[in-house]
Design a protein around this ligand. Structure first.
Ligand SMILES: [Zn+2]
Length: 462
């Protein structure tokens, strides 16, 4: 299977739910598109579309010409307003067959497509208001299938499925780390697992101990796959042998719920749960039957007397790079309705980390962003005196230019996490008194850079 085209998409303006003449329900299932009037078996070159697989999404295909097809995103289950995520395969192609695919029913108009957000040559992609489709925004792209026997996969962004997460967690469990536990918080409506993992030195779980808790969640919005790569980067770092990870485990309890909406992820939704709820709007009073994953996660959160951080990982469809939202709305009602922040203690720091769907080139840069987020906790806890400011020799950067040999020795210290950061970056991250994440991708024109302005909630008026 080849992920030849990874088109990402769009934005934040309102949804126009009248774009399709007929409701699009269910995914296409090995659907062969043949010319009108053709009755025989599909021949080579009669494209076969399929989205009946995990996280798949394609609701309908219309034959326009031999070279052109209109594609319809299947709306979120029980919520036709959201049509953004797509993920489908095409097979039965002829060698060098050229086609134009038009994705015609996006529910949003603003899009990073306007900023060139595609991972095929930009000259082959057009994003425009189309007079033939009630002036909807249409994303059209030209594609040339080169190998007859390949199956081609197209998706809005790199997929990260429920099964992938389960395999990842299964493998971590097998390592039997004494600082890693995985627990089942609840089952979803469709009987999938809601996992919570805990990463900390087991001594910290002593009920007598005062715990410093960092709580992290991701994928409340199922289409926001980059959030999962960030989350995996955080976990990979925290379980590594890196001295910073070890120090953090000694002092901090990390609780991570990597996939808050497993059913939505499985179903290939963009925004909603199986029952069509945008779960991020239901933290205030989650229902145990309608929003079981929120209900269980909130109960887990409320078990702690205090929490230092709650960070929810998202992906943003119209803005670039990565950035944080602090939950600091002036309008307290809006703030409490929309976020978990209103449920937390006043002295908890509550953030939404948004990473763009587009402005990173590889998933490994998102994982690196996650790792850097984890590292910033050391800065924070040193500044707040929780972790001794006298660093151990193993984590003090040595003076002098960055050398390959240093890098090798760093690698030796960290079997699980490779290091691509420069010595200079590391040094500045130690020195910097701000809560600061820098994620520089050596291969990208645009470094992904996040600056968290850590403002104490005590200083704010809620
Ligand atoms: Zn989101």
């Amino acid at each position: 299977m080849t992920g030849r085209k990874m088109a990402d998409k769009k934005g934040d303006s309102g949804s126009e739910s009248d774009s399709t003449e007929e409701p699009v329900v269910g995914n296409v299932n090995k659907f062969a598109v043949v010319p009108p009037g053709y009755n025989g078996r599909p021949k080579k070159g009669h494209l076969i579309f399929d989205a009946c697989f995990e996280s798949g999404n394609l609701g309908r295909v219309d034959y326009i010409t031999e070279f052109e097809y209109d594609l319809f995103i299947r709306p979120d289950t029980c919520n036709p307003r959201f049509r953004v995520w797509f993920n489908f395969t095409v097979e039965n192609v002829k060698g060098d067959q050229r086609v134009i695919f038009n994705i015609v029913n996006f529910s949003k108009t603003k899009s990073l497509y306007r900023d060139g957000m595609v991972r095929i040559p930009a000259k082959h992609v057009y994003y425009y208001r189309c007079p033939d489709h009630r002036k909807n925004y249409v994303m059209s792209f030209a594609f040339c299938f080169d190998k007859e026997d390949d199956i081609y996969q197209f998706s809005y962004c790199y997929p990260y499925s429920y099964t992938r997460l389960q395999n990842y967690l299964d493998n971590l469990e097998k390592k039997n780390y004494n600082f890693f536990t995985r627990e089942l918080l609840c089952l979803t409506v469709q009987q999938r697992r809601l996992d919570m993992i805990t990463i900390t030195n087991p001594d910290n779980l002593d009920p007598e101990e005062t715990k410093r808790i960092v709580f992290i969640t991701a994928r409340v919005h199922p289409g926001e796959t980059p959030a999962s790569y960030v989350c995996q980067g955080i976990i990979d770092f925290l379980i590594s042998n890196h001295p910073i990870a070890k120090t953090l485990r000694e002092h901090i309890v990390f609780k991570i719920v990597p996939m808050l909406n497993p059913d939505g992820v499985y179903l290939g939704n963009y925004r909603c749960s199986l029952m069509g709820f945008d779960l991020n709007r239901h933290w205030q009073e989650p229902s145990p039957w309608a929003h079981p994953t929120l209900y269980a996660t909130k109960n887990a959160l409320m078990e702690f007397d205090r929490m230092d951080f709650y960070i929810d990982l998202h992906a943003h469809s119209t803005l670039m790079n990565g950035f944080m939202y602090g939950n600091t709305y002036d309008d307290i009602d809006r703030y409490e309705r929309q976020t978990l922040g209103g449920c937390l203690e006043d002295n908890s720091h509550c953030y939404t980390l948004e990473v763009s769907f587009f402005s990173y080139q590889t998933n490994s840069s998102n994982m690196k962003l996650g790792r850097n987020l984890a590292r910033t906790f050391l800065d924070y806890y040193k500044l707040s005196g929780i972790i001794s400011t006298k660093p151990t020799s193993s984590i003090v950067p040595k003076p002098g230019p960055y050398r390959l040999r240093d890098r090798q020795s760093e690698r030796d210290q960290s079997n699980d996490v490779g290091y691509e950061e420069s010595r200079q970056q590391r040094r500045s991250s130690y020195r910097n008194s701000e809560f600061n994440i820098n994620n520089t991708n050596a291969f990208s024109e645009t470094p992904t850079s996040i600056r968290l302005q850590l403002r104490d909630r005590e200083n704010k008026r809620y």
